[in-house]
Ligand binder design. Structure first.
Ligand code: C5P
Length: 240
């Protein structure tokens, strides 16, 4: 666990993985009694560009812009420049040292997170790409490098959050997707392989969790968020 003080209403970042701005706004309205942090990813951004981002920020909420920039350093730098003065709180980038360095030059007040290894990747996927490291070692290697280059934090699964926190300290911001209520083991029913409950992820080291389908596909999204927040509070007061 880490020592940052983060309001419970900002611990869960709701992934607005919907295909149009109207559906996104509807989802924000259904969730905002419980949380004030929302993630806009590729699908929604392609449908509305900054319209929905500005709308969420104007409503007083925070936005994580998850476009996972990856290109030559100059292009990534110019892309970050397009985002850095719009009130977005967090943005995600991929890449090697030169790409991260270029992004850092343009970030202004924007906090940047380096993606380590996607939570839909398992050990077998790394082997299939000819990589011999374990997922955990690769996540740690990439996170250490990102931190050294001045990145504010990383995106990693809950399975690596504990080791990242222990090895890299409190300053690093850890944002964890792949959250499933009530389960720390994937049942293979969707694309996420390295999963964990919200409470366990936060109690073992994550600062925020990103949750999409368990909330957005629920009958009562605010109710699911509230249950997850109780799970977080309980896990934090009684770490495993
Ligand atoms: O629906 P689910 O809870 O699996 O959604 C997870 C969200 O987190 C998606 O928007 C996905 O793009 C994002 N994400 C992820 N793994 C990463 C980075 C982001 O699943 N490493």
């Amino acid at each position: 666990m880490n020592t940052k003080t983060i309001d419970i209403q900002e611990r869960i970042i709701v992934a607005l993985d919907v295909d149009n701005p109207e559906a996104a706004k509807e989802m924000v309205k259904r969730c905002e009694s419980q949380t004030r942090y929302f993630k806009v990813g590729l699908q929604l951004f392609m449908a509305s560009y900054f319209e929905v981002v500005d709308w969420i920020i104007d409503r007083g909420h925070k936005v994580m812009l998850d476009l996972k920039f990856f290109d030559i350093p100059e292009t990534v730098k110019l892309a970050v420049q397009q985002v850095n003065s719009r009130g977005v709180s967090l943005a995600t980038i991929h890449g090697n040292d030169a790409i991260i360095r270029a992004a850092m030059e343009a970030r202004g007040d924007l906090q940047l997170l380096a993606v380590t290894v996607l939570t839909s990747f398992g050990e077998e996927d790394l082997r299939a790409m000819g990589m011999t490291q374990s997922v955990e070692d690769l996540v740690l290697f990439r996170a250490r490098r990102a931190l050294k280059l001045g990145c504010d934090g990383v995106v990693s699964s809950g399975l690596e959050a504990e080791r990242l926190r222990k090895d890299l300290g409190d300053k690093l911001l850890i944002v964890t997707p792949g959250i499933r209520p009530g389960s720390n083991v994937s049942d293979g029913t969707d694309d996420q392989k390295r999963i964990m409950t919200a409470g366990r992820a936060i109690a073992t080291g994550a600062d925020h969790v990103v949750v999409g389908r368990p909330i957005t596909k629920a009958e009562d999204p605010a109710g699911v968020i509230e249950t997850m927040q109780q799970n977080i509070i309980a896990a934090m007061s009684n770490p495993l």
